[in-house]
Design a protein. Structure first.
Length: 276
């Protein structure tokens, strides 16, 4: 019987500027989003009834029923019943869009099987603001509440190291702790070379980092540990946290940093991969 498997890569907010808030409470963003080849995997196949099996090293605590975004995405697509296997490698509530990326991968798998058409990205906002950007996982500029996606020049070859200290952060709680919601957007034009790109990126921000640090001070330890690794060009928190990333010019220093941090902090989730 036909089945399709799709990767659900980690979404990284290389920069995330909060530029305002709408009357309905949704925050306006200006963010440079990229994806890493560190991913969950979603397998979909036709079935007599809908089902979800959650496996993998990060499966604990992930709902295997209609509460899961992959189930909701399949239902929204209008596809016939399918059996979904979600292999979890990414931590939940971690600021790297794991659930949204899983849902988007489900939709791509349904489309490959001919069971549903890919929806318009804006129609996915009811499932979450990260769904549109995850539908086609590539580097883009994301604005509005997540529905306005603009192409950017190809990113320079970079490796990233993702680190999560094992702390789950509530995105609404982080936004609620923001002190200023009217901030400038991304500044200047994105350079092409790796060195110039990282220097430009260092001049941008993640406006959610300060409130996240107040809610989970351990994030400061993660950022310091990343910044201290040889070859790390930039260390920053992704999304609403608590996952942080370090950017490296090549694979070797990224892998070496991953090994060093895993030894030093065995309780942290640490994963290195290529930035796409």
């Amino acid at each position: 019987m036909a089945k399709a498997t799709e990767a659900a890569p980690a979404k990284i907010n290389l920069a995330l500027h909060v530029t305002g808030r709408r009357g309905d409470g949704y925050h306006l963003l200006d963010s440079l989003v990229a994806f890493a080849d560190i991913a969950d995997r979603v397998t979909v196949e036709p079935a007599a009834e809908m089902s979800l099996d959650v496996t993998g090293p990060r499966a604990a605590g992930v709902p295997a029923d209609a509460r899961n975004l992959v189930w909701k995405a399949a239902a929204l697509s209008g596809a016939p019943p399918v059996a979904i296997t979600l292999e979890k490698h990414l931590p939940a509530a971690a600021g790297i869009g794991g659930g949204s990326s899983d849902a988007a991968a489900t939709l791509r798998a349904l489309e490959r099987l001919g069971l549903a058409s890919l929806p318009d990205p804006a129609d996915l906002l009811e499932l979450g603001a990260d769904l549109p950007v995850c539908l086609s996982p590539r580097a883009v500029r994301m604005e509005g509440i997540g529905e306005t996606l603009s192409p950017v020049p190809p990113l320079p070859p970079l490796w990233c190291l993702l680190v999560n200290p094992g702390v789950a952060l509530s995105t609404p709680a982080v936004f609620a702790a923001l002190e200023t919601r009217e901030n400038p957007g991304l500044r200047g034009h994105m350079p092409v070379g790796a060195g110039a790109f990282c220097a430009w990126l260092a001049g941008q921000r993640n406006d959610l980092e300060p409130p996240a640090l107040r809610l989970a001070p351990v994030i400061r330890d993660v950022l310091a540990a990343l910044a201290a690794q040889p070859g790390c060009a930039l260390a920053r928190m992704s999304g609403s946290g608590a996952t942080c990333f370090g950017l490296f010019p090549a694979e070797a220093p990224a892998r070496a940093a991953a090994a060093a941090l895993s030894r030093a902090e065995p309780g942290w989730w640490v994963a290195a991969g290529r930035l796409a």
